[in-house]
Structures are given as structure tokens and as C-alpha cells.
Ligand binder design. Structure first.
Ligand code: BG6
Length: 478
């Protein structure tokens, strides 16, 4: 008997903008990600208002899944994937977001992808919006600050819900929706960057715009959930949170309170709305802190109530430390910064590795909401070397994943209802934070490099066979 359920959804996760390439092929329009240049751990990537001649935009070719999908899905099937989390690139379907009719060529591409998954018995898990906001909506409405986007998003949802009936059952509305609570989230998540061109790390901090945009995303998410429930009862809709749990720096009550406030604002605020169907009691204190006012329309509260999600999903890479002294909270990390934890080691990109934090997070989230959970991103971004014999011995990645799966297992024993696990970047792809290829997560190596060169050939890493065995044994052989 294994600890994980019999129908546990083992698989992997990616996002269209980070791996499809073909950014302007078959009628596709530009998304915010397509306006982002490459960068590195030390030099931030930039967002531009126009495509600059001679500048490298890594999403434009990425790893060209668009023309390699059959080969790639066959490799996922060889590992035994039960589920494949990918996103639909909004601008393949509606190039500017504002068309009244969807782009047939874009729809046809995902037919081929989902049919190929079906051939291997792989269930798609589709993120509707994963950092792929049409750039035309940034130019016209300052992204999600414009209430008009709710209707455009619904047009998009209606088109894909209708088209992929019978092919897709699991949907996530917005990837890492809580990115919008943080300054950096203005670029990829809320798209509140009209006219801004420059390093993504220096985007002006405008909480009024971001939190208003988030309100529109909450309404859009709830409307999509309700529409799906009413019209496609077989569909299951989830939210998606960038969950970076944080610990108080000490047992000083000032640190405990600072951490509680931090956890509420960045980790709980969005899911409290999406799971419970209303703003939490502490929401006003966050708006007061930022000196902002959220404009709501009559009926919005009712919509939020009617569109609560069926399951909760999240990304988990690292944990943080929060102190009552804001100066101590300026470390590195995945969107959410915090202080250094002396008990933990960090990845080469400064993300603090904390497998036990995953068990802790699963328990905290499940205690709060009591709906099924899924870990839809987890993994180690690392530099891989190809040995002289062609092998790639990524034992560090195996070690990271093994420890996290072990802790997931303990969480299930603690009583958490866990549906599945899709480690991030199951095939190497472009890094969302830095635009690099060198920050690799995959079980499958792709010969594509930071200067844009590479044959795009695929090869299995050591972790490929290891993960195959994990799936085969339903998580028993780690
Ligand atoms: C999550 C995102 O924040 O982390 C992904 O949903 C992203 O899009 C992943 O790629 C890993 O981050 P990075 O910056 O290493 O690519």
C-alpha cells in the first residue's frame, strides 16, 4: 500500500510563454512575456515597450515546443506522467485580447497538444493565464487595472472551455495570482506597466494599481469558475498561489506579528478570496497600510461568493524569514523576499531550500481551507553539465525532489488531501525571473543556451529514470 492515493496525479509543469516559442507564428500576438529580454542572476531582465532590433527575447524561440510537442509529450509519457500542466497562450487565441472571434490556428495547435496527451493517457491541467497577458491590453488599459479586462478574459475562457470539452477537465484560472501583491508582479501578473520600459526589478511600486487589478482578477476568476460550473459540470477549477511560507526571525512578539502580517498579505490574501468567496477581515488593514481604496461594483461581492474554486494549487520552492525590522527582510527569492535562515542552504540563485517547509505549508493550507490540494510547481533551478559520455548527472536535483516528496508523504500521513504533484520545468525552459536558459529544472535537457544558440536537441538527464521509478512505485521508491 502506498501513502499517496491510487489515482495520484504525478506529472510535470510548464508555461506556454517559457517553452513554446513560435511567438508570432500562425497569427499569435505579443504577450507581456514576449516583451521581456534575457537577463541573469546579476543583471535583471528588461521589459520593453517595442521589440528592439538585435535584442534577445528568450520567449520568442524558447525551446520550440510548438514544433517539438510530439517528441516532448512522448518523453513525458515514457516517464509515466498521469498529468501534464501547461498553459494556453492567451495571444494565440486572441492576439490582442480584444478580437470578437478566436484565432482558429491557435485553437488548432492546442487540439493537437491535448490529443497527443490523450493518446498516452495523460490528463492536461491547463493554466488559463500564466504570465501571458496580451501586451495590447497593457498599452490600452494598463493591464488588469482596467475593468474591461474581465470581459475580455471571459471571452477567452468561453472560447477555450467550449473548444476543449472532452479533452481538458482540470483548469487553473491565474498562475501565482498573489504575485500581484508584490511590486515585481506588476510586470508579469497584473500587467500594470503601461509605458514602462526598463529593468523588471525597478518597476515603480504602485500598490493602488496592483490591488485594483487584483480585484478585477478575483472577479474574473470567480466568473470563470461559475460559468464553468454552470455549463460544464465535469470541469474542476483551481486557483494557483506562489506559496513562500515564512518563519518569524525570532520568538520576539514583534517578529511574530510582522510575520503574521506578511503571511496574510502575500500568501493568504488572494486564496482567502478565491476559496472562501469573500475578502478576509484583515483586508482593510492592508489597504490602509498602502493608503489605497479598492473600487468595487455592485454585485462583485455576490460574484466572489458564487465562484469559489474546487481545489487549491500552489508553487513551492523555498521558505523565508520575516523580522519586525524591515531592513532584515531584504534577501533573495522567488518573487517574495525575506531574510536569511541560518538552518537552510540556498540554491545558486539564492532560493532557500526547505523540504520540511513543504510539509508545514501543506498542513497550514489544508487546515485553513479543507479542500483538495495540489503541488503544481516545485524543483531546483541549477546549472547542468553534459559529461564527455553525453550523460547529465543531476544528483543534486534528485536529492532536492526526493526530500520534498518525502515531506509531501508525511503531510499526507498528517491527514492532508493531496491530489497530485507536477514538478516545475519537467523539460528545460526559460526562467521566468531572469530570462535565462542556464537555470534548468528539467528531467529532459534541451540544447539551448543563454545567447540564443543551440540545436534544440533533447536528452534525458539522470533524474529522468529516477522520476520514472518514483511514478511507477506511486512515490514509494525514492
Ligand atoms: C514560478 C512561476 O514563480 O516559478 C514559473 O510560476 C517560474 O513561471 C517558476 O518559471 C520558477 O522560477 P524561475 O524564475 O526560476 O523560472
Amino acid at each position: 500500500m502506498s501513502t499517496f492515493r491510487e489515482d495520484f496525479l504525478w506529472g510535470g509543469a510548464v508555461a506556454a510563454n517559457q517553452f513554446e516559442g513560435a511567438w508570432d507564428v500562425d497569427g499569435k500576438g505579443a504577450s507581456v512575456s514576449d516583451m521581456c529580454t534575457n537577463g541573469s542572476h546579476t543583471t535583471p531582465k528588461r521589459v520593453t515597450t517595442k521589440i528592439e532590433e538585435g535584442t534577445l527575447y528568450p520567449s520568442h524561440e524558447a525551446i520550440d515546443f510548438y514544433h517539438h510537442y510530439e517528441e516532448d509529450i512522448a518523453l513525458f509519457a515514457e516517464m509515466g506522467f498521469k498529468v501534464f500542466r501547461t498553459s494556453i497562450n492567451w495571444t494565440r487565441i486572441f492576439p490582442t485580447g480584444m478580437e470578437s472571434e478566436p484565432n482558429e490556428a491557435g485553437l488548432a495547435f492546442y487540439d493537437k497538444v491535448f490529443d497527443c496527451c490523450k493518446k498516452y493517457g495523460i490528463e492536461p491541467l491547463v493554466t488559463i493565464s500564466h504570465y501571458e497577458l496580451p501586451y495590447a491590453l497593457v498599452e490600452k488599459y494598463n493591464g488588469w487595472e482596467g475593468r474591461e479586462l474581465i470581459e475580455y478574459f471571459m471571452n477567452y475562457c468561453k472560447a477555450i472551455f467550449a473548444r476543449y470539452k472532452g479533452k481538458v477537465k482540470y483548469w487553473l484560472t491565474f498562475n501565482e495570482i498573489n504575485a500581484g501583491t508584490m511590486p515585481l508582479g506588476a510586470v508579469l501578473s497584473t500587467g500594470t506597466i503601461k509605458g514602462y520600459s526598463g529593468p523588471v526589478t525597478e518597476v515603480p511600486n504602485k500598490p493602488q494599481e496592483r490591488f485594483q487589478a487584483l480585484h478585477h482578477q478575483f472577479v474574473a476568476s470567480a466568473l470563470a469558475v461559475k460559468y464553468a460550473h454552470d455549463n460544464y459540470p465535469e470541469y474542476k477549477l483551481g486557483n494557483m498561489i506562489c506559496f513562500v511560507t515564512s518563519y518569524p526571525a525570532t520568538c520576539n512578539p514583534a517578529d511574530i506579528i510582522a510575520n503574521q502580517e506578511h503571511m496574510r498579505e502575500v500568501n493568504w490574501y488572494c486564496s482567502d478570496v478565491q476559496v472562501r468567496g469573500e475578502y478576509p477581515a484583515y483586508a482593510q488593514s492592508i489597504w490602509d497600510k498602502h493608503g489605497i481604496t479598492i473600487k468595487m461594483e455592485p454585485g462583485d461581492e455576490e460574484i466572489l461568493k458564487q465562484g469559489t474554486v474546487d481545489f487549491y494549487t500552489f508553487s513551492y520552492y523555498m521558505s523565508n524569514v520575516i523580522s519586525g525590522d524591515p531592513e532584515a527582510n531584504k534577501g533573495e527569492g522567488n518573487l517574495i523576499a525575506g531574510g536569511k535562515n541560518p538552518y537552510l542552504e540556498s540554491s545558486d540563485w539564492g532560493w532557500q531550500i526547505d523540504p520540511q517547509g513543504l510539509r508545514y505549508s501543506l498542513n497550514e493550507i489544508y487546515d485553513r481551507y479543507r479542500i483538495p490540494l495540489m503541488v503544481v510547481e516545485n524543483g531546483l533551478g541549477a546549472k547542468d553539465e553534459i559529461e564527455a559520455d553525453g550523460s547529465i548527472n543531476d544528483d543534486y536535483r534528485i536529492d532536492y525532489l526526493r526530500k520534498h516528496i518525502s515531506e509531501m508523504k508525511k503531510a499526507v500521513e498528517d491527514g492532508v488531501d493531496l491530489m497530485g504533484y507536477t514538478p516545475w520545468g519537467c523539460i528545460d525552459l526559460v526562467s521566468a525571473s531572469t530570462g535565462e536558459m542556464a537555470k534548468r529544472y528539467g528531467f529532459i535537457y534541451v540544447e539551448k543556451y543563454d545567447d540564443g544558440t543551440g540545436t534544440l536537441a533533447r536528452r534525458k538527464k539522470k533524474s529522468f529514470d529516477w522520476y520514472k521509478n518514483v511514478i511507477e512505485s506511486n512515490g514509494e521508491n525514492l
